[in-house]
Design a binder for this molecule. Structure first.
Ligand code: SAH
Ligand code: SF4
Length: 344
């Protein structure tokens, strides 16, 4: 049997691979369909056929960081900055509940636009709507993470972006890899469900470093892993870069599913930006979560991490109907549960 098929079989049965084996899968192409089908079987066996929907609220695009790839970076003067009032955020969450979401993800740039008590107010009010709450607001102190947790936050998303220190440091001026890891460790210790992930196709990123990323997710025992291609943004220093490919992102995701069989893995929006069936293909290659946008009005358009973002002119009601139809179309069902990780 070819080496690649042996490796895929081993991963499907043991959920363990060496770095070298992961590199073999990432660099060969002939057995990609086998890889995707194995990831789909593991997904079905461990997390079932239900798809968890998370309503994404992009509540502010103000950011103090300068990540080279991101359109919200502080030095980008072409972005009209906004921050929603706490009552507006709570209202968006209430509407999300009305559309049938059981979880909202509160995402923003990293900033001090909201005090800890503003955040506590927002979190506790949304919690009283009987919604699970995921935060994605960047690097904070452990005390701040604790305050959000005490107010009712359940989960936190903070991608490591890349475990290649050199690449990390080149792309994140003024930030440190150590602090990123410190944040993830603190979040785990505080009892959050922790999500991390990486960008695929960053400048100077290698297959070896992508393999390290996957092994990092496993070592952290991440509860959620969000992966997507890096999409160059014209208003950033990486405007001229090539960006990541859809297939490579899908492969990193499928291998991640084989190694972390019971994790929650979203079919990300960035995947759909590169392929118009991207999220459904991802759902058939290991993913079990989708995060439709529930931000209203003009704000979607102003939250420009990367160009070509899908659904910027759609309403939350439209997105909900659209995604439900697509999920039924591939023979899966929308979950009515909160969608916490169930360890197996
Ligand atoms: N400020 C928070 C959350 C918002 S950014 C944080 O940084 O954690 C959310 C994610 O968007 C980032 O983790 C990054 O992986 C992704 N992102 C940013 N710019 C991107 C680009 N050009 N292409 C693809 N994804 C991008
Ligand atoms: Fe800010 Fe997050 Fe974008 Fe970095 S990735 S510039 S922290 S919004």
């Amino acid at each position: 049997m070819p080496n690649e098929l042996d490796i895929i079989n081993k991963a499907e049965i043991t959920h363990c691979l060496t770095k070298q084996e992961i590199v073999v899968l990432l660099t060969s192409h002939e057995y990609d369909q086998h890889l995707f089908m194995a990831a789909d079987r593991v997904r079905s066996k461990f997390v079932g056929d239900q798809v968890h929907l998370r309503g994404l609220i992009e509540f502010s695009n103000i950011c103090q960081q300068n990540c080279y790839y991101c359109g919200l970076r502080k030095d980008n003067v072409h972005v009209k900055r906004y921050h929603l009032q706490p009552e507006t955020i709570i209202e968006f969450a209430r509407k999300a509940k009305g559309y049938g979401y059981q979880t909202v993800v509160l995402q923003s740039g990293e900033s001090h636009a909201y005090t800890v008590s503003d955040m506590q107010y927002i979190i506790s009010n949304i919690k009283s709507l009987d919604l699970a709450i995921t935060l994605s607001v960047g690097e904070k102190s452990k005390a701040e993470y604790r305050a959000y947790k005490d107010a009712g936050a359940d989960r936190y998303l903070l991608r490591i972006e890349t475990t290649d220190r050199k690449v990390y440091e080149a792309l994140h001026p003024g930030m440190s890899f150590e602090n990123r890891v410190r944040c993830l460790t603190d979040l785990k210790e505080l009892g959050y469900e922790v999500g991390t992930g990486c960008l695929v196709g960053l400048p100077n990123q290698t297959m070896e470093s992508l393999a390290d990323d996957i092994l990092f997710f496993k070592a952290l025992d991440a509860d959620m892993i969000g992966l997507g291609p890096f999409i160059p943004n014209a208003d950033t220093p990486l405007a001229q870069e090539k960006g990541g490919s859809f297939i490579l992102s899908l492969k990193v995701m499928a291998i991640t599913r084989l190694l972390l069989p019971d994790a929650n893995i979203p079919a990300t929006t960035a995947m759909e930006t590169l392929n118009k069936e991207g999220r459904m293909i991802a759902l058939k290659s290991g993913a079990n979560v989708v995060m439709p946008n529930v931000t209203e009005g003009e704000y979607r358009e102003m939250y420009t991490l990367y160009p070509g973002k899908i659904c910027i002119n759609d309403t939350p009601a439209h997105c909900r109907g659209c995604i439900t139809g697509k999920i039924s179309g591939i023979g899966r069902q929308v979950s009515t549960e909160y969608g916490f990780r169930l360890r197996k």
